[in-house]
Design a protein around this ligand. Structure first.
Ligand code: IMP
Length: 502
C-alpha cells in the first residue's frame, strides 16, 4: 500500500504570522531584504545576492528582456524563458546585459536604399518614429543618417521614395562618442534642441540612442542589481534536452545564472543536466534546479550541485497539473518541508543552498509567509504578468484593462520540454491555461508597494533581515471562519473601497 502522510498539505492562505516584539530600531527604513541567490559555505558571503527576494517566472508571458531590465533595476532577477529558439533567448540576455539607463539600442533601423513603404512598416511594427539609417539596416551598423516622422508626409510622399533622399545625413547630425555620460548627452540634447542623440563608436557605428524623454523619466534605482561591471544581472531558463547547445550560447550572451526549468525536477535527466554544466563549464557557472516539493527532491538536486532549488508542483495560478495528473503538494507545506531539508543539509555539510518558493503567491503577505517558512526568495508569474513591461498584450475585457497570461504547459506556449520526460516530444494534454490578469501599471510602482508591505510585516515580526525572520517568525494555522474574519466583514462596503484582487 502507498505511503500516506498523516497531515494534509497546506497553502499560504491557511497561515498567519504572529507578531513578535518590535524593537525601536526595527523600522521599515532599517529592514534589509538582501538575500543569497546561490549556494555558499555557511559564514561566507554568497557569490550572488538579490537586493529584494523577487524572481520572475521562466515563462513566455513574463520574462523577456524588457521585464528583466525593469526588475533588475528594482533589485530582483528575471530568468528569461527557455521556450524559444536558442538565438532569440540569447539575444534577450544580450539586450539586458547591454542595457545602460537612458541609452537605448535602436530596434527600428533601415538602410539608405529602403523606401517610405519600409518606413511605414517599421513605424507601425515598433511604434517608433525615429529611424536610424545604417549601412546594412542593423542596430549597430555604420550610421548614415536619421529619419523621423517629420521628414516625410505619409499620404503625400511617394511610397517608393528612397530613405536617402529624405533623411538628415550623417554630416549634418549632432552625435556623441561612446563613453559619453547620460548627463553629458542630456546637455547636448538641450543645447541643440534635439529629440534624440545618436551615440557612435570610432568606426561611425551606431551604439545607442539617447532620447530627451528618457532622461526626463530617469529616476534613481538605489537597489539596482548589477555585476562588477555595473551591468544588470540576468538569469536564463534551460531544459534537460538541448542544454549542450543552449547553455554555451546563453553564457556567451552574458547570462549570470541559469535555472533548469521543469515541472518535475526530481529526475535523473535533471541530475545529468546539472552535472554536465558543472563538469563542462566549471563550478562558477551557476545553475538552479527544480521543481521539487520535499526533502528527497531537495537532497537529490543539492547533491547534483544545484546552486539553488526551486519548490512548487501545482500551485501556479495558471496551472492545472494537479487536476490533470493528481501530482503536487500544498505550497506552504512544500516550502516548510524543503526548508527543513535545506537546514539539515547545512548542518551536515556546512553548505547553504537557497530555496525559491515558485508559484501560488496571491497576496504580498504570501511573500513574507514564504520567507518566514524558510524560502530565500520567491518566483512569481501572475504577479509580473500584470505589468506594462511583461510581453502579454494589454486588452480591454468587459470594460476592464487586462494583460494576457498563459501557462508554459498551455496549448499556446506548448513548452513540452518542461512537461515531458525522456525522449518524448510534443504534448498530448495541457497542464496550463491561457488567461487574463488585471492590468496593474508599471513594475517599479507595484514592486515598491509590495516591498513596503513586506518590510512593514517584517517589523511586526521584529525582523530586520530575511535570515532573522526565518529564525524567529512564528506562524499559526487559521480556521476557515477566521479567514473570513481577516477581510472586511459584516459591513456594507462603499464603492470606493471595492478594490480588485492584486
Ligand atoms: P504564479 O506566480 O502563481 O502565476 O505561478 C508561476 C509558476 O507556475 C511558474 O514559475 C511555473 O513554476 C509554474 N507554471 C508556469 N506555467 C505553468 C503551466 O502551464 N502549468 C503548471 N505550472 C506552470
Amino acid at each position: 500500500m502507498a505511503f500516506i502522510y498523516d497531515e494534509p498539505s497546506r497553502t499560504f492562505s491557511e497561515y498567519l504570522l504572529v507578531p513578535n516584539l518590535t524593537p525601536k530600531d526595527c523600522t521599515p527604513a532599517n529592514v534589509d531584504l538582501r538575500t543569497p541567490l546561490v549556494r555558499h559555505r555557511e559564514g561566507m558571503s554568497a557569490p550572488l545576492y538579490l537586493n529584494i527576494p523577487f524572481a520572475s517566472a521562466i515563462m513566455q508571458a513574463v520574462s523577456n528582456d524588457t521585464l528583466a531590465i525593469a526588475l533588475a533595476r528594482c533589485g530582483g532577477i528575471s530568468f528569461i524563458y527557455a521556450s524559444q529558439s536558442i538565438e532569440s533567448q540569447a539575444e534577450m540576455v544580450r539586450r539586458v546585459k547591454k542595457f545602460k539607463a537612458g541609452f537605448v539600442v535602436s530596434d527600428a533601423n533601415l538602410r539608405p536604399d529602403s523606401t517610405v513603404r519600409d518606413v511605414l512598416e517599421v513605424t507601425q511594427r515598433t511604434g517608433h518614429s525615429t529611424i536610424p539609417i545604417t549601412h546594412d539596416g542593423s542596430p549597430n551598423g555604420r550610421l548614415m543618417g536619421i529619419l523621423t516622422d517629420r521628414d516625410f508626409r505619409p499620404h503625400k510622399t511617394p511610397l517608393h521614395t528612397p530613405v536617402s533622399a529624405l533623411m538628415t545625413p550623417f554630416d549634418q547630425l549632432v552625435y556623441a562618442k561612446e563613453g559619453t555620460t547620460l548627463s553629458e548627452a542630456n546637455e547636448l540634447i538641450w543645447e541643440h534642441k534635439l529629440n534624440c542623440l545618436p551615440i557612435i563608436n570610432d568606426k561611425q557605428e551606431l551604439v545607442y540612442l539617447v532620447f530627451r524623454k528618457d532622461y526626463d523619466q530617469h529616476r534613481e534605482h538605489p537597489l539596482e542589481l548589477v555585476d562588477s561591471h555595473k551591468r544588470l544581472l540576468v538569469g536564463a531558463g534551460i531544459n534537460t534536452r538541448d542544454y549542450k547547445e543552449r547553455v554555451p550560447a546563453l553564457l556567451e550572451a552574458g547570462a549570470d545564472i541559469l535555472c533548469v526549468d521543469s515541472s518535475d525536477g526530481y529526475t535523473e535527466w535533471q541530475y545529468d543536466t546539472i552535472r554536465y554544466i558543472k563538469e563542462t563549464f566549471g563550478e562558477n557557472v551557476r545553475v538552479g534546479g527544480g521543481n521539487i516539493v520535499e526533502d528527497r527532491g531537495f537532497r537529490y538536486l543539492a547533491d547534483a550541485g544545484a546552486d539553488f532549488v526551486k519548490v512548487g508542483v501545482g500551485p501556479g495560478s495558471i496551472c492545472i497539473t494537479r487536476e490533470q495528473k493528481g501530482i503536487g503538494r500544498g505550497q506552504a507545506t512544500a516550502v516548510i518541508e524543503t526548508a527543513k531539508a535545506r537546514n539539515a543539509y547545512l548542518k551536515e555539510t556546512g553548505v547553504y543552498v537557497p530555496i525559491c518558493a515558485d508559484g501560488g503567491i496571491l497576496h504580498d503577505y504570501h511573500i513574507v509567509l514564504a520567507l518566514a517558512m524558510g524560502a530565500d526568495f520567491v518566483m512569481m508569474g501572475r504577479y509580473f504578468a500584470r505589468f506594462d513591461e511583461s510581453p502579454g498584450r494589454k486588452i480591454s475585457v468587459g470594460g476592464r484593462m487586462m494583460k494576457e497570461y498563459w501557462g508554459e504547459g498551455s496549448d499556446r506556449a506548448r513548452n513540452w520540454q518542461r512537461y515531458t520526460l525522456g525522449n518524448e516530444e510534443g504534448m498530448s494534454f495541457e497542464e496550463g491555461v491561457d488567461a487574463y490578469v488585471p492590468y496593474a501599471g508599471r513594475l517599479k510602482d507595484n514592486v515598491e508597494l509590495s516591498v513596503a508591505k513586506i518590510k512593514a510585516t517584517m517589523c511586526n515580526c521584529g525582523a530586520r533581515s530575511i535570515r532573522v525572520l526565518q529564525e524567529t517568525a512564528r506562524l499559526t494555522l487559521v480556521s476557515a471562519t477566521s479567514i473570513r474574519e481577516g477581510g472586511a466583514h459584516d459591513v456594507v462596503l462603499k464603492e470606493s473601497n471595492r478594490v480588485d484582487e492584486p
